[in-house]
Ligand binder design. Structure first.
Ligand code: PLP
Length: 430
């Protein structure tokens, strides 16, 4: 990769949430193995992000690679309309086994946002089948469910994205998000706003969609499991389907295989994505109860109206199967518990730093909430110079490392975070 490649990238290629006129610098990664990303200059840096929650077993994993090679010799892709194949069948068998018994029918799609769009369409079609025109989704503040229009419309309306597309976005319902933190006392007032909205708008609400326990992009907050219990109760009382977005939290990240297991609550629809292929190829799934699937199928059109071109892509399905095979060895549990223990030890004390508002840890997620926003360009440079890959947003420095990370490399991540807090220039002044 030459300097002219980098210039080309700057001038012509959009990166996530970036400007073409004033792009932030991008670091060129030429290969990766385990927790290490290898940069163009030959330097290895430790990945603290799992490529946005997905590369849970590390890069270039031999079992994942093998599954891809084996599948590519058979078939890389075939349309899913009118055709099925062993990799998809075996993946869906796996997903049904891994999830609560209630979740029995699966729609495969290409990405997390699409899994959410599919869930929203299912909810609307479910009510249409029952002869009701219900088009509102109820969710909570600080939510994030993706970047497509349906997903944006149920993400926090204070998010800047909303302002730009406001005229185009469906108007949904937002209850206050719970203030009770994951491991603190439950405050029963936390359900009041949600209760009022569901009561007042029952006949307009097609479904409730929530990120269970962990609110990700909306602020990296961990809320009290009792909130989910109360939501489940209300959804049952008002006969409104409950959808969980486990796209970020699924496959062990929070210490339970699914975050909703912290609350012992079972949804009617479940969206999965990110870590499903171990960070190899994009793939997502929307699982529903038999009741919802059957009701949709009884509608006037008798079909569920969605069908991505790359639906059930065999390469993606086969690598997802290999990922699940690794998870079934159950090492993830010990790995995540160890990460949690180390983060408790090395990250929590940073709460005393003058720059810090709060530090929180849940499973293999560590968050340092700062008083000021970071200067992304400078802090990124600082992290890379110090041998780690951490990508904060706003005032949040967080890590979601691969489960396989060693205690030593994890310590390096937390040490560099600690060091960054002492650098005034890395933070924006008020
Ligand atoms: C990342 C994410 C999505 C969107 O998934 P994409 O694959 O980026 O479309 C949706 N919900 C949550 C909670 C996420 O973290």
């Amino acid at each position: 990769m030459s300097q002219s490649d980098i210039l080309f990238d700057n001038k012509h290629i959009w990166h996530p949430y970036s400007s073409i006129l004033k792009p932030l610098p991008c670091y060129s990664v030429i290969s990766a193995k385990g927790v290490y990303l290898k940069l163009k200059n030959g330097k290895n840096i430790i990945d603290g992000m799992s490529s946005w929650w997905s590369t849970i077993h590390g890069y270039n994993h031999p079992i994942l690679n093998k599954s891809l090679k084996k599948q590519i010799k058979k078939i890389s892709h075939v349309m899913f309309g009118g055709i099925t194949h062993p990799a998809a069948i075996s993946l869906c068998r796996n997903l049904i086994k891994l999830t609560p018994e209630k979740l029995d029918c699966i729609f495969l799609s290409d990405s997390g946002s699409i899994a959410i769009e599919v869930a929203i369409k299912m909810l609307i079609q479910y009510w249409e089948s029952l002869g009701q025109n219900r088009t509102k989704i109820l969710t909570i503040r600080n939510s994030y469910h993706g970047d497509t229009f349906g997903a944006m419309s149920i993400s926090d309306p204070d998010n800047s994205i909303h302002k730009i597309y406001n005229q185009f976005l469906p108007k949904n319902l937002f209850a206050n998000s719970p203030n009770s933190k994951f491991n603190e006392e439950w405050n029963s007032n936390d359900i009041t706003s949600f209760h009022k909205i569901i009561e007042k708008n029952t006949l307009n609400i097609a479904g409730v969609i929530l990120e269970p326990i962990v609110q990700g992009v909306g602020g990296m907050k961990f809320y009290h499991p009792m909130f989910l219990k109360k939501v489940e109760e209300l959804c049952k009382n008002y006969s409104i389907p409950l959808v969980f977005d486990e796209i970020a939290t699924g496959f062990g990240r929070t210490g339970k295989f699914f975050a909703f297991q912290h609350a012992n609550v079972i949804p009617d629809i479940l969206c999965l994505g990110k870590a499903m292929t171990g960070g190899t190829i994009t793939l997502a799934a929307t699982l529903t109860s038999r009741n919802i699937a059957n009701t949709i199928s009884k509608s006037n059109i008798r079909c569920f109206m969605h069908g991505p071109t790359y639906m059930g892509n065999p390469l993606a399905c086969s690598v997802a199967n290999a990922n699940i095979k690794i998870l079934k060895k159950n090492e993830w549990k010990k790995q995540v518990i160890n990460i949690e223990k180390e983060l408790d030890k090395n990250l929590l004390p940073l709460v005393d730093h003058s720059r810090v508002i709060d530090v929180r840890v849940l499973g293999a997620i560590g968050v340092v909430e700062c008083k000021q926003q970071v200067n992304l360009e400078l802090i990124q440079k600082f992290f890379v110079k110090n041998g780690v890959w951490i990508r904060p947003f706003k005032n949040l420095i967080y890590i979601v490392p691969p489960y396989i990370i060693s205690t030593k490399n994890l310590k390096k991540l937390t040490d560099v975070i600690k060091k960054s807090l002492d650098e005034n220039t890395l933070f924006k002044s008020f």
